[in-house]
Design a protein around this ligand. Structure first.
Ligand code: NYM
Ligand code: MG
Length: 214
């Protein structure tokens, strides 16, 4: 049908909550139902900015904390033309991390306020749905070792989780909290039904702007 846009669906959560697995599963399920759906992820490591971020995460080059925060944001902005084009073409985008990861991870560092961290991402396309895969850090740690990247340790992840809880108080956003300790299938079923609901609602609402007061 002409004019139908796709939905912008974001998965968030601490490392090892299952975001990547569930994002892929959701795209497959939506396609199987005949929807157009594509997967995006942030950081998108393939661009020039993404390569800088990737080598920072791999501890191959150090970057000043504000600088890396702005690079993560720039890495989202560089995809905005594509995001808008796809949504307007009717493609639903399932996004593995978005601005909420940006804020949660940087604000877990000393001397970074939530407000400062949000600013560079103000005005990004607003997600129609944010699925928060909730898992406590001790459970996440049981899923095997965290990797070798920067931020991958339990005490930092605990701070990240607290930052997410602050972000979730924002009732202008459509957060759905999901118990990520469930098995993969049950989690998938729950995520799929929230996604279907968001797809319906997106048809009747224009693409919004994240964190804009209006
Ligand atoms: N991360 C991710 C940030 O610190 N800021 C951001 O804006 C984004 C999108 O990158 N530990 C962090 C969270 C992860 C790390 O993500 C890499 P992944 O999903 O492991 O590739
Ligand atoms: Mg990771």
């Amino acid at each position: 049908m002409a004019g139908r846009r796709g939905a912008l669906i974001v998965l968030e959560g601490v490392d090892r909550a299952g975001k990547s697995t569930q994002s892929r599963r959701l795209v497959e399920a939506l396609r199987a139902e005949g929807h157009q759906a594509e997967l995006l992820r942030f950081p998108e490591r393939t661009t020039k900015i993404g390569q800088l971020i990737s080598s920072y995460l791999e501890k191959k080059n150090n970057l000043e904390d504000h600088t890396v925060h702005l690079l993560f944001s720039a890495n989202r902005w560089e995809q905005v033309p594509l995001i808008k084009e796809k949504l307007n073409q009717g493609v639903t985008l399932v996004v593995d991390r978005y601005a909420f990861s940006g804020v949660a991870f940087t604000s877990a560092k000393e001397n970074f306020s939530l407000e400062w961290c949000k600013q560079p991402d103000v005005g990004l396309p607003k997600p129609d749905l944010i699925l928060f895969l909730q898992l406590c850090i001790s459970e996440a740690a049981k899923r095997g070792d965290f990797g070798n990247e920067i931020y991958e340790d339990s005490s930092f992840q605990e701070k990240v989780l607290q930052s997410y809880y602050h972000l979730m108080k924002d009732k202008t956003l459509n957060w759905k909290v999901i118990d990520a300790s469930k098995n993969i299938e049950d989690l998938h079923d729950e995520i799929k039904s929230f996604a279907e609901e968001a797809l319906q609602q997106a048809q009747h609402t224009p693409i919004g702007e994240l964190w804009k007061k209006n």
